[in-house]
Write a protein that binds this ligand. Structure first.
Ligand code: HMG
Ligand code: MG
Length: 295
C-alpha cells in the first residue's frame, strides 16, 4: 500500500542554492523561503553553517537567518557539520539541524575532510550539544547507492554508517543518492536491509532520471518523508557528477495524482519555480512546470 500523507522536506534553498555558480542576493533567498512557506511547505531546509570557503554560495547563512520571517508551524532546519557550525546556528535561534555523513571513505574525505571513522568524532559532540539545547537533529548519509570513485556502495556499509548516525540521537535518517545512480530494486533492498522504513527519509538526485521511480518505490516500502527541491535545482560541489534533486513540483503532481496528501498548493509551487528560474537565469527543469507553463 501507499501512505495517505507524505511530508515533503524541501531542500531548494540549501541543496539547490549551494550549487549555483551565480551569487544569489540574500533578499532573493529570503523571498524564496517565504514563498515556499506560503505554498504550504512545513519543512524548509534554509541554509548551511559550513565553512564559507568550502561553500561560498551559503556564506550568508547568518545574515539570512537573522532576517528570516519564521512562519509559526514551519520548521527551518540548517546543515551543521561540526561544533563551530553548531555555535553559529545556536546564535541564530535555530531549532533543528541536520548533520551529513558519508557512506564511503572517498566522499568523507572530499566533503568533510575526514575519514569514514573520524566523521563520527566530529558529529558526536554536535548531536550531544544540540540535544542538550533541545534541538531536533536529522542525519543524512550520502553516497548510499554508489560513489563516483568507489562504484556501488555495499549495502551493509550503508546500514552500518546509517545506524551509527541514528544512534548518536538523530530522529531521522535521510538516505542520500548524491549522484543519482539508484534504481528501484536497489532502493527496496536498502530499505529492507535497514529492517523497514522506520525513521527513514529519502533524498534522490535525478541525474539518471530515476528519482520519481525511486521515490514511488520508497513509498511502497512505507517511507513517508521525501526530500525534493523547487525546480529540481541542486547538486553537491564535492561530487561533480551530481545534478539536481527530484523536483518538488513533479513529486507533488505524482502524489496528488495518487490521492496522497501533501498540504501543498501546486499552483503556488509552479509560480515560485518560474519566479526562481527567472532569478537564476534559466528555465525550471521540472517537467510539470514546463508542461503547465505551456498551457
Ligand atoms: P576543515 O578544513 O577540516 O575544518 O573542514 P577544521 O575543523 O580543520 O577547521 C579549519 C578552520 O575552519 C578553522 O578556522 C575553523 O574555525 C573553520 P581557523 O581556526 O583556521 O581560523 N571552520 C568553520 N568556520 C565556519 N563554519 C564552520 C567551520 N568549521 C570549521 N562550520 C568542514 C571541515 C566539515 C568544516 C568542511 O569540510 C566543510 O565545511 N564541509 C562542508 C561541505 C558541504 O557543505 N558540502 C555540501 C553539503 S553535503 C550534500 O550536499 C549532500 C546532501 O545533500 C545529501 C546527498 O545528496 O547525499 C546533504
Ligand atoms: Mg543532496
Amino acid at each position: 500500500g501507499l501512505p495517505e500523507r507524505v511530508t515533503i522536506y524541501e531542500v531548494g534553498p540549501r541543496d539547490g542554492l549551494q550549487n549555483e555558480s551565480a551569487v544569489i542576493p540574500v533578499e532573493v533567498k529570503a523571498e524564496f523561503i517565504a514563498r515556499l512557506a506560503a505554498a504550504g511547505h512545513r519543512v524548509i531546509e534554509a541554509t548551511s553553517f559550513v565553512h564559507p570557503k568550502w561553500v561560498p554560495q551559503l556564506a550568508d547563512a547568518s545574515e539570512l537567518l537573522a532576517g528570516l520571517d519564521r512562519v509559526p508551524g514551519v520548521r527551518y532546519p540548517v546543515l551543521v557539520p561540526n561544533e563551530r557550525g553548531l555555535d553559529r546556528a545556536l546564535e541564530h535561534g535555530v531549532q533543528e539541524i541536520a548533520i551529513f555523513g558519508s557512506a564511503t571513505e572517498t566522499f568523507a574525505a572530499k566533503n568533510l575532510n575526514r575519514t569514514l571513522d573520524s566523521q563520527f568524532e566530529m558529529f558526536e559532540p554536535v548531536v550531544a550539544r544540540a540535544l542538550e539545547h533541545g534541538l531536533k537533529v536529522r542525519a543524512y548519509v550520502s553516497m548510499c547507492f554508489g560513489d563516483p570513485w568507489e562504484g556501488p556502495t555495499p549495502i551493509d556499509q550503508v546500514v552500518t554508517v546509517g545506524r551509527r548516525l541514528l544512534d548518536l540521537g538523530c530522529f531521522e535518517l535521510s538516505l542520500g543518492d548524491t549522484t543519482g545512480v539508484a534504481t528501484p530494486g536497489h532502493v527496496s533492498a536498502l530499505i529492507g536491509a535497514f529492517g523497514g522504513p522506520s525513521r527513514l527519509a529519502v533524498h534522490f538526485h535525478d541525474t539518471y532520471g530515476q528519482a520519481l521511480a525511486n521515490t514511488l518505490t520508497a513509498l511502497r516500502e512505507g517511507v513517508t518523508v521525501v526530500d525534493a527541491s523547487t525546480g529540481g535545482i541542486g547538486g553537491c560541489p564535492y561530487a561533480e557528477s551530481a545534478t539536481g534533486n527530484l523536483a518538488t513540483e513533479d513529486l507533488v503532481w505524482m502524489l496528488h495524482g495518487l490521492g496522497i496528501e501533501t498540504g501543498l498548493n501546486l499552483e503556488s509551487l509552479v509560480e515560485t519555480s518560474t519566479w526562481l528560474a527567472a532569478r537564476l537565469g534559466r528555465p525550471s527543469t521540472s517537467r510539470v512546470v514546463q508542461a503547465l507553463e505551456k498551457n
